[in-house]
Ligand binder design. Sequence first.
Ligand SMILES: Nc1ncnc2c1ncn2[C@@H]1O[C@H](COP(=O)(O)OP(=O)(O)OP(=O)(O)O)[C@@H](O)[C@H]1O
Ligand SMILES: O=C(O)c1ccc[n+]([C@@H]2O[C@H](COP(=O)([O-])O)[C@@H](O)[C@H]2O)c1
Length: 212
Amino acid sequence: MAADGSTEAASAPTAAVKRRLGVMGGTFDPIHNGHLVAANEVAHRFHLDEVVFVPTGQPWQKSDRKVSPAEDRYLLTVIATADNPMFSVSRIDIDRGGATYTIDTLRELRAEHPDADLFFITGADALGQILTWRDAEELYSLAHFVGVTRPGHVLHDPGLPDGGVSLVEVPALAISSTDCRERVANGEPVWYLVPDGVVRYISKRNLYREDV
Ligand SMILES: Nc1ncnc2c1ncn2[C@@H]1O[C@H](COP(=O)(O)OP(=O)(O)OP(=O)(O)O)[C@@H](O)[C@H]1O
Ligand SMILES: O=C(O)c1ccc[n+]([C@@H]2O[C@H](COP(=O)([O-])O)[C@@H](O)[C@H]2O)c1
């Protein structure tokens, strides 16, 4: 026992345990239960401490279609994740302005969380396009990439180096935001495809009524 009464074990330096931060990027127009199941499954498999959902500001690869206002997509994401203490939502891609590039997202999150290991979670279909993303070769030095398999999509080798990418199979949920928007436009229900609060927000704001 030391003179101050503490035990040696208690005063021995301990290695700092790095936080493990998941980053789930998406347009979330609207967020649906497929996104939530995917984030939850990756959090479980990779022992993540938190998953930050990051709605895109301007998804430049979706410039050929109408995307709902960023504030609506942000609020939908907040509503959908509010009851899970491990989930949070970041505005960084919205507040930065301009086209959204994941390289900027990850640089900002690295600066905000210098002591965390980052795990960027996205669909295997999106990951298959990663070589078309800005500064693709730099991306995997900032985060580990986790591609979640989605029913009907097979990941073709995106050409990333070994060890930089993992694939995780999530319980099959054949939901997409496109299907949700089409269902709303056709007057079909989206109950149980998206969280209840998301159904109510879509109705309150009259989203997806006349387009798709
Ligand atoms: N059901 C699902 N299971 C697993 N991953 C999914 C599922 N739906 C979407 N994802 C992934 O989540 C990420 C963010 O998705 P995004 O917001 O683009 O939704 P989406 O359903 O793919 O939208 P859209 O149909 O409008 O293209 C994407 O990488 C996408 O591949
Ligand atoms: O960095 C890029 O150039 C880039 C190009 C396309 C998509 N992304 C990111 O991939 C994630 C899924 O995008 P999306 O459009 O399928 O919702 C989201 O976080 C996007 O910002 C990133």
